[in-house]
Write a protein that binds this ligand. Structure first.
Ligand code: 2F8
Ligand code: CA
Length: 301
């Protein structure tokens, strides 16, 4: 029913013009916009459709492009974010490494400073050691010098009783004074023993030399004859002739006999020392009963 109305309308519009054409189309009626709207309108619509289609295509393309762009952008963004994270991590690691490096540098600096101080201390100690060594050497020399004085000091520290003379670490008494009369060898020995001593044992040249000097000074009183100028010493050969022994029983090895002595002239068993210029020739043997001066000896206190 709609189709017939539509055809009716078409027929009414074409009554006035183009009738043959319409008649050709009467047997096969067609439904067409061109038939409904003017041609210009149809064209415009087609153009619009084409434009719209083109626009749609463009929009679709843009949309696809934007999608692809967005996808790419998202990937790039992710990559950038990942890189940013990595950069941040690297920066953090760099900062940590920088801190560690700075701390290590600071410790190194402190260690270098400590080492420098230790080096200075070592230099100082080396210098002091050198000074100490010089000081020690000087002290060793001073000690050696002081030690060399010990015998002299020890000797000077020894002392003897009044009128006794210190000779070679022993004290000697020489009966120079006239209050001591000359006496026999035994009486002389008794005197010595009474005073805590004994007749002198002149068993070294040092003793002989010193005692000879002392009796030489005494003999400057020349009123005394040479035979009376002798001093008994602790030496005799009473037990066996010509075997001279000191009071402690020690045999005499060498003596300081005058030339020709001992000669045992008239049984001379006791020895005495006499003032002589040559101390090696100071001794003579005389009769033990002969009266002479004497020399006592005791250890120094
Ligand atoms: O000439 C040496 C001789 O001199 C004196 O005798 C003359 C001595 N006598 C006395 O001293 C007692 C001897 O002993 C001595 O050998
Ligand atoms: Ca004699």
């Amino acid at each position: 029913m709609e189709e017939s109305a539509y055809n009716k309308l078409i027929h009414q519009e074409d009554l006035s013009a183009d009738e043959p054409a319409l008649r050709l189309n009467q047997e096969k009626p067609q439904v067409s916009l061109s038939l409904v709207w003017p041609a210009s309108t149809w064209t415009s619509r087609r153009v619009i459709e084409i434009i719209l289609a083109a626009l749609a295509a463009v929009l679709l393309a843009v949309d696809i492009g934007l999608g692809v762009y967005y996808k790419n952008l998202t990937d790039e963004s992710r990559a950038v974010m990942s890189i940013s994270r990595e950069v941040a991590e690297l920066n953090a690691a760099h900062e940590a490494a920088t801190m560690i490096q700075e701390e290590a540098q600071m410790r190194l600096k402190q260690e270098i400073t400590k080492q420098q101080v230790i080096k200075w201390q070592v230099e100082y100690q080396v210098k002091r050691n050198g000074e100490y060594k010089k000081l020690a050497d000087k002290l060793q020399r001073d000690i050696a010098a002081l030690k060399s004085h010990i015998p002299t000091i020890r000797e000077s520290c020894r002392h003897c009783l009044p009128r006794w003379t210190l000779v070679d670490s022993a004290c000697f008494f020489l009966s120079f004074s006239e209050i001591y009369s000359s006496r026999s060898w035994q009486e002389a020995r008794d005197f010595c023993k009474k005073h805590g001593s004994d007749l002198a044992v002149v068993d070294t040249f040092e003793k002989q030399l010193k005692l000879n000097q002392l009796i030489n000074i005494h003999h400057q009183d020349l009123s005394r004859s040479i035979s009376q100028s002798g001093f008994w010493i602790g030496l005799r050969d009473v037990d066996s002739e010509a075997v001279w022994k000191w009071l402690d029983g020690t045999k005499l090895s060498e003596g300081f006999w005058n030339d020709g002595e001992p000669n045992n002239s008239g049984n001379e068993d006791c020895a005495a020392t006499y003032p002589r210029s040559n101390p090696f020739k100071g001794w003579n043997d005389a009769p033990c009963t002969y009266n002479l001066k004497w020399i006592c000896e005791m250890s120094a206190s």
